[in-house]
Design a protein around this ligand. Sequence first.
Ligand code: GDP
Ligand code: IMO
Ligand code: MG
Length: 425
Amino acid sequence: MKTLKSTCVVGVQWGDEGKGKIVDILSHKADVVVRFQGGGNAGHTVVVDGEKFVLHLIPSGILHKSTCVVANGVVVDLIQMLDEMEELKRRGVKFGKNLLLSNRAHVVMPYHKFLDKYSEAGKGKIGTTQRGIGPCYADKAARKGIRVGDLYNEAFFRDRVLAFTEEKNKIIAALYGQPPLDAQRIVEEYRGYAEKLKPFVGDAVDYVNVSIDRGRRVLFEGAQGSLLDIDFGTYPFVTSSNSDACGISAGTGVPPKKIGAILGVAKAYCTRVGEGPFPTELKDGLGDKLREIGAEYGATTGRPRRCGWFDGVTSRHAVQINGIEQVAITKLDVLSGLEEIRFATAYRYNGTITERMPSETEVLARCEPVYRSFKGWKDDLSRIRKFDDLPREARIYLNFLERYLKVKVTMISVGKDREKTILRK
Ligand code: GDP
Ligand code: IMO
Ligand code: MG
């Protein structure tokens, strides 16, 4: 049988680009939707007929007929996953063969969440979502993690939880002066969660590979964004996984040669939550205006997002590391009514001009953007469904963005609802 290549959706910026909306639209034609990294730190919003769904662990394809896979690269908070399933069930989603949780995925344990919270209270905070993501990935790399499959091996699971909790309790007491966790209680509690999730646990590596081999359409859903990637982002102000296309193979067991088109998602401007450099950030009233019009508050933590202009330099970096050829631009409607729109084409640093994103966060923090200015437009874009019907100024802005990034803008989002989207051939 002919092998069809799969498609992958990744964030171009610092997350919250609108990946959930784009994945939901593409899921209409996908048989399988796979989350390959991250965890409950993600917050993907899908709006259908005015009804809002926020997904954290379950792929945004769940509102369609697609089979949703939470692959080995994801770190799973079992409590959060069960809560999310309950909430979706309450709203009409039925769970059965449409959900598969990898037996190789790592489990976010209670001590991961406490350690995330305690370490963020001290100096050098990252501004994490406090969902235990960093500590869980750290234990995975240290070979002190607990995988979903381990939950069903009673003695092995108990021994590991008892040993790891004892070790973490020492750290919790010595470094943070906080009370210990009750390991025995954790074992019992997690056995209950494991039983509830048992029908959904399986070998996701085989399932996704066989699906591709049989010509089923597979969509990979990235969480976070390329600039939050542990290797290629603004380290240390990043998340703890490879949140770009580089993470797909390791996060699923699908070999690189089976991964097809990469669709990058970017806002028509830029936002960031948490600490770290953001050269095009607008710290004035205009930033506040973008936040209010764009409703820029975190889908997971509710924190206000920092807002700024589109950054061509960091976006080119994202295009390069992902191999992006197609881009979906979201929230173009938010820019309506601005006199002027800016786009960073380079940085000024120590008297020199560079078009490359520096690898050192300290250097990036001192880069001053060089802007190209565009005339704004006043029209309401929310009813526009064809590129040619967009105001001339908006077309000029998007055409420049395409040329600058050497990509094709194939989707333009002009509102949160599913249908408020311009699809280009
Ligand atoms: P994700 O994490 O990349 O899935 O993005 P989030 O869901 O965290 O944040 C994107 C926010 O923008 C959500 O509240 C969406 O409902 C909203 N959104 C997505 N596309 C558009 C758009 O084109 N216009 C407007 N106004 N809002 C949008
Ligand atoms: P989605 O998938 C935006 C940010 C946090 C923090 C840093 C590290 O909705 O785009 P972590 O909890 O991962 O250790 O936090 O990464 N962050 C996100 N920012 N969108 C996200 O996900 C994010 N997930 C993590 O704010 O700066
Ligand atoms: Mg989000």
